[in-house]
Design a protein around this ligand. Structure first.
Ligand code: FE2
Length: 313
């Protein structure tokens, strides 16, 4: 087995990403774009194919190749995306299960290939923390990938990263949920006070899959928490929430907020393709489009469309 090299991946610490200097990044400097991906989830494709999503997943060659294709496509883009955010379920193996360590090592090896001028931003998913996380599983994630919730500024836009497992089931870590709640209220107060160009949230589980009034299920957040967050986000002027978890594209709008649900880099549970979302930020709005990995690999095609997406109007 190959020796694990030094961990060069960026980790959020002290609830922020130091690579983006707050004093510099709070100012709007013009349109930019970033790339969103979700659920590389090393191991799910095999587990799903044998009908054993809880204990299967002893191979991840397909996800390995797909994530490699994603990284190569991102590295060819010009102009450069400001960052590449991965909205959770980095690996399939839940805490304490076999293969998790090897899946994590192999994913990190691929992500180390992302150009050093494109920071990779990590969001925690249910497979990263466990469906009912504990202080230990959260600590383990933070050691491996960085803080589970944090905020950062890029070019006048305020970005918040949330740990949605604390909304899904905090029965084993109620104090950590309270801590994130208090932190989120402080961040949203900052968002209101600073009059940022836009406020954007990244999380794993969407507030809703398609309809803000849909019933709660495995793929969305409980109605009362959903209503609470939608209210808080609206008050603070959050424009868009980007998520994964559904392994299909989805989403909808509510009160001017764009709930974006992106399909997976890895296993598809619907009819979508393995892909990435390109998100353009202009002074007035945030526009985005999901591209298959094959489309992403045609960088000239993407760059042409980006020029159109980033044109101010
Ligand atoms: Fe997932």
């Amino acid at each position: 087995m190959a020796e694990e090299g030094p961990d060069v991946l960026l980790k959020a610490r002290e609830r922020t990403l130091s690579v983006f200097r707050e004093d510099v990044e709070q100012k709007w400097k013009g349109p930019f774009y970033f790339i969103q991906g979700a659920d590389p989830q090393f191991g799910l494709m095999k587990a799903y194919s044998i009908g054993d999503c809880s204990s299967g997943g002893d191979e991840w060659e397909e996800e390995h190749l797909l994530t490699q294709q994603a990284v190569q496509a991102i590295n060819r883009l010009s102009p450069r995306p400001k960052f590449f955010v991965l909205c959770g379920d980095l690996v399939h193996g839940m805490p304490g299960t076999p293969w998790r360590k090897a899946q994590t090592r192999d994913l990190k090896d691929i992500l180390k290939g992302v150009s050093r001028d494109i920071p990779v931003v990590f969001v925690s998913g249910n497979h990263d923390l466990g469906n009912a996380p504990t202080p230990e599983t959260i600590e383990d994630y933070c050691q491996e990938w960085g803080d589970d919730y944090f905020s950062f500024w890029v070019g006048g836009v305020f970005f918040l990263v949330l740990n949605t497992q604390l909304y899904f089931d905090a029965s084993k870590c109620p104090e950590l949920k309270q801590a994130q709640d208090a932190w989120l209220d402080r961040q949203l107060a900052v968002a209101e006070e600073k009059q940022c160009q836009h406020v954007v949230v990244f999380q794993h589980i969407p507030l809703f899959r398609k309809d803000p009034n849909e019933a709660h299920d495995y793929f969305n957040l409980d109605e009362s928490i959903r209503r609470e967050l939608l209210g808080k986000f609206h008050k603070a002027g959050v424009k868009a929430v980007f998520s994964g978890h559904y392994h299909r594209n989805g989403g909808g709008t509510h009160n001017g907020l764009d709930m974006v649900v992106s399909s997976a880099i890895g296993c598809q549970l619907g009819e979508d393709t393995h892909g990435l979302r390109v998100v353009a930020v202009t002074p007035e709005k945030i526009t985005h489009r999901y591209y298959s990995l094959d489309e992403m690999s045609n960088h000239q095609g993407i760059e042409k469309e980006l020029t159109a997406l980033m044109k101010p109007n």
